[in-house]
Design a protein. Sequence first.
Length: 454
Amino acid sequence: MANSKKFFDYICIGAGSGGIASANKAAQQGAKVALIEPQALGGTCVNLGCVPKKIMWYAAQLNESIQDFAPDYGFDVKLHGLDWQKLKRSRQAYIERIHGFYDTLLMKHQITHVQGYAKFVDKQTIVVDGQFYSAPHITVAVGAAPTRPSIEGQALGLDSNGFFALEQQPQRVAVVGAGYIAVELASLLLGLGSETHLIMRKGYPLRQFDAMLGQTMVQQFAKQGMHLHPNVECEQVIQEKDNSLTLVLSDQSRIHVDCVIWAIGRQPATDSLHLSEVGVKLNAEGKVEADAYYNTSVDGIYAVGDIVAGSAELTPVAVKSGRQLAMRLFGRQTHLPIEQQWIPTVVFSHPPAGSIGLSQVAAEESYGVDQVKVYTSQFTSMLSGVTTHRQQTFLKLVCVGAEQRVVGLHGLGAGMDEILQGFAVAVKLGATKADFDSTLAIHPTSAEEFVLMT
């Protein structure tokens, strides 16, 4: 019968970063695995997030280098505009190569790839397009989707997914939001030459990070020509006769643009899975309640990635979680829970911002103000030291206790995206300010400032 039940050792629902990583690791341990995904392999990160965003970021960086830095370095370079369609084709070709890599990997590990939407029938059974699949272990890794505001005219705007479908570069654009997605999209559009407005409910963006990052980013964006609209909300979007859009803000001001992008948050894509019907506990936001070992409230059902309540919504977290779970289930290995406090993260703005550990405020709340000592550095990056357009770098160390253990490291400036990884290892291992001080500097670099602060 076409709808007879098919049996596996392990089923992963969602072929994003966490699901693919878990499925492959389980298959490597000899498990018979099915991977369920209704759309393209790779999930948000590969198709509508990290990967295409980083390519666009590089494009903006190239434009900045040519226009702002090249003349003072002696290069006579003339730009003749951006071929948006060519950029899209190059971006998609890179994504297709990743898809090909995934296809090869699934075949190599003999993973059954099922295309469609899954829903639970019981705790060991799901159904996809009328076909039933069963396994004693099922992991949910379906990720999250962008949210939209409940205001008149919201449908006239794009969400962060829709941004990647744009057929041409918007000449005037408003990005609504203040998290890392909003900051990254606004920054790259500005870097590509669009008139860019950033609309924020509070006074500065990235409020989940150390305040230095968001506050200095506002200064840098203003110098670059971004139109900043702090402490306001969008109340209405109106389409004009020429198809342009007017945003009505809560202070009654109006902004006229060609494109609006909503970047106000994401919600877990759990609605259609029928998780509650089989006993899996969800929080008020629809996220799955799971412990540090990815167990849900139902034995044999697990969750990894952005849908897990309290978990950092980052690709490396999903990948590590998926692999750890598979190794526990099929490789007979235990694992230490991911320490959320020591997760390094980068915001790909221009310039990029990076952070690991506690903000100054969080450290003071945890250890007491008298136990916290902060070191900072501010300078012009050498890249722009000889140019008219100066780009500032801001660095910060947060240390605690008599031994001055480094519990927070934060930076905004050229190269911060690559600088952070090595320092993240040191911070996670418990390095002290004395350890930083005793490490020889690599000169001339921006990174050396972290070991030279006094």
